[in-house]
Each structure stands twice: as structure tokens, then as C-alpha cells.
Design a protein around this ligand. Structure first.
Ligand SMILES: *Cc1c(COP(=O)(O)O)cnc(C)c1O
Length: 362
């Protein structure tokens, strides 16, 4: 039944569908990664990413899925005698805390119920103790479909705790939601490219502040593959420490060109329009899982108030239209379901999908 050469169109919140013109970019001739052609591609791509993400600091091109940078941020920038505060509000932010523990660091958890946002006040209360060197948080929690108020949090942090390093998982946010990296005062943020960059999985864009890079010099046992010092040294020559996935960078270059041309304000607006559209449908038929003011513009987690058989509905849509959307994550399976509206997914795609779901549920 399953046919990997004719897979369903993806509305799961990562990976999302990749358009054919983008796929073609990944099939260009191989470049030697120490040759000038590669450096040109690397440098050009980094320059565009700096514009898109509003930074003049360090952009690293990393051949790994985003989870690797959870580990990198901790291993490079948190000493063994320091404590990191992990803000947890769903599956992905929860995982970052367990990654930090597995790296042998002192972790304190700031937990809210799934579907709730982490607010500036909550973080302020914890940081007031003065015992934290760094904080981890997720911009957009892909399990609950929630966007944390990261701009508010960052303002508060800059004013009251300027010495605490800020690590932000922007995996399902980056390019779909605003990131003014330098202005926000963040130290590490990152996204794998199978979400709003709309590329195939296996590659990650990471931003690292100058002060995080300085800090990493003082932290022992940073390991080999994710050593920020090695990345910085290679980046100075428009290279990576080890052989990169050049096809991904060619695809990323293509996607960045499109984003620069469209203009980020328009990109964010386009995502908001898709979000509004899916939220409207969700409220007409079901309900949103999280409070509407925190609902994400890159995916919607829908509360299954009608008690539909989510798995059967996904299967039916797949059988008829070779298209899939996402069931709820972990404990939220069947209680919720998720629809991605990011990257190269467009309004026409969404209208089609929602009409097909309507046919199954009404
Ligand atoms: C998808 C996702 C991840 C995991 O990314 P990988 O590329 O699979 O490692 C982490 N955090 C968030 C918020 C995500 O949406």
C-alpha cells in the first residue's frame, strides 16, 4: 500500500511539503566543500540569512537535525558548575530539559500545563533567585500549537537579567514568525529546515551570539561535532568544520532568495493569513487547543471536541487524496490533531485540505 516514491502531500507539522522547483535545487552538481565554489554558496547563503533573521552575529550551517543544537547550546555555553532554567510547555521544550540533564548539567524546570504559555512574569520570578547562568525556551511549541510571548520575555530579560544567556528553540517558528536576533538579545537560536524553510529534513540553521561564542571558550568538554569554536573558525572562511550537506545549502540558498524578494513583513503576514484561516475553520467545527492569543501562525493544534476518530479521518483523507495531516502529539493523540500552515504550503492547499476533512466529519 505505502509507496515511498509516491508519498502523501504533507500537512503534518514537519516535515512539510516541498515544491518541485525547490527539490530540483538539491540535485545540482556536487561541490567540493573546500573549493571556492562552495565558499561562494556558503557566504551568499549566510548573508541572506543575516538579513532574514536581523543579525550581524554568527550564522552556522549545520548538517544535523535541530535536536543536535539543543545539545550544542548546552555543551558549549553552560558550565558543569552552573544551572540552566528550562521553560517547559510541551513535548519539545520538555525534551530540551532532558537533553540538558543528559549532558550532566544542573537543570531546574519551569513547567506549565500543556496548552499554557510561559510568560515573562513566570520567568522573572524564577530568575530573581540569581542562580541561573542560562535559560532554554521554545518559541513555538509544535505539540500544542502555541507561540510563547518571546518578545515580551526578551525585553524583560534584557532589562532585568542581562547576564543570563538566552537559548531559544525556533524550529517551527523560524521565517514564519519574526526573529530579530540581535535586538532580542538572544544567544543561541536554531531551526531545522523541514519546517518553515520548506526543505527536506536533515539540516539546521543556527545563530550564535558573540558573547555565547566567547563563553564557549571557557567551557570544557564541548565535544567534537558541535563545537562552536570549530564552527566559528570554519565560518570565517565560509566553510563548515566537517563535510556539509551541500544539496541542502543549495536548496536553502534558493529558499532564502525567495524570502528576501518577498520581504519578511510579507512572509509573516502570509503565515498569519493562513493561521487566521485555519483557526476560523477550527473554531467553526471544533475548538483551539490553546488560548487564541497564543495560537501559532505556523500550525494549529485543534481540540477534538466532536470526538471524531482522528486516525480514521487521516486515513480516509489519505486514501482518497494522497494527503495527510497530523494527529495529536504524544498524550494529545486523538484528543487533538494538527495542521501545518508554514513554508510553501499556501491558501489553495489549505482550502483543499479543509474541504476534504469537512467531507469526512460532517
Ligand atoms: C520539529 C521540532 C524539533 C525537532 O527537530 P528535529 O529537526 O527533528 O531534530 C524541535 N523543536 C521543535 C519546536 C520542533 O518543532
Amino acid at each position: 500500500m505505502a509507496d515511498w516514491k509516491n508519498p502523501p502531500r504533507l500537512f503534518i507539522p514537519g516535515p512539510v511539503k516541498v515544491d518541485d522547483d525547490v527539490l530540483k535545487e538539491l540535485a545540482r552538481p556536487t561541490l567540493g566543500h573546500r573549493l571556492p565554489e562552495y565558499a561562494q554558496l556558503h557566504g551568499d547563503t549566510v548573508d541572506m540569512l543575516k538579513k532574514i533573521l536581523f543579525t550581524e552575529q554568527n550564522v552556522f550551517l549545520c548538517t544535523n537535525s535541530a535536536s543536535g543544537i539543543w545539545e550544542a547550546a548546552i555543551r558549549n555555553c553552560v558550565g558543569f558548575d552552573e544551572t540552566v532554567l528550562c521553560a517547559m510547555c510541551g513535548a519539545f521544550s520538555d525534551k530540551w530539559a532532558s537533553v540538558a540533564k543528559s549532558c550532566g548539567r544542573n537543570v531546574e524546570e519551569l513547567k506549565v500545563e500543556w496548552g499554557q504559555a510561559t510568560t515573562a512574569e513566570m520567568i522573572d520570578k524564577k530568575l530573581a533567585s540569581g542562580k541561573y547562568a542560562a535559560i532554554t525556551m521554545v518559541y513555538n511549541e509544535t505539540s500544542t500549537g502555541l507561540t510563547n510571548p518571546v518578545y515580551e520575555i526578551s525585553e524583560m530579560m534584557k532589562e532585568k537579567y542581562p547576564d543570563v544567556l538566552v537559548f531559544v528553540d525556533s524550529v517551527s517558528a523560524m521565517v514564519g514568525l519574526p526573529i530579530h536576533f540581535d535586538k532580542l538579545g538572544w544567544d543561541v537560536t536554531f531551526a531545522s529546515v523541514q519546517k518553515a524553510f520548506a526543505l527536506p529534513p536533515g539540516f539546521t540553521v543556527a545563530l550564535v551570539s558573540n558573547r555565547a561564542l566567547q563563553k564557549s571558550k571557557t567551557v570544557p568538554q564541548r565535544g567534537y561535532y558541535f563545537d562552536f569554536q570549530a564552527f566559528a573558525k570554519a565560518a570565517a572562511k565560509n566553510q563548515t568544520p566537517t563535510t556539509p550537506s551541500v544539496p541542502h545549502i543549495a536548496g536553502l540558498n534558493y529558499q532564502c532568495k525567495k524570502l528576501v524578494k518577498e520581504g519578511m513583513e510579507n512572509v509573516w503576514k502570509r503565515h498569519k493569513e493562513m493561521g487566521d484561516f485555519v483557526r476560523g475553520w477550527a473554531k467553526d467545527n471544533f475548538d483551539l487547543f490553546c488560548e487564541e492569543r497564543y495560537a501559532s501562525n505556523t500550525l494549529t493544534t485543534i481540540k477534538n471536541t466532536k470526538g471524531i476518530d482522528v486516525g480514521a479521518t487521516i486515513k480516509a483523507v489519505q486514501a482518497k487524496h494522497n494527503t495527510v495531516f497530523g494527529n495529536g502529539y504524544g498524550d494529545l493523540k486523538n484528543k487533538t490533531f494538527r495542521i501545518a500552515h508554514m513554508g510553501d504550503i499556501n491558501m489553495a492547499d489549505l482550502k483543499e485540505l479543509l474541504a476534504w476533512i469537512d467531507e469526512e466529519i460532517n
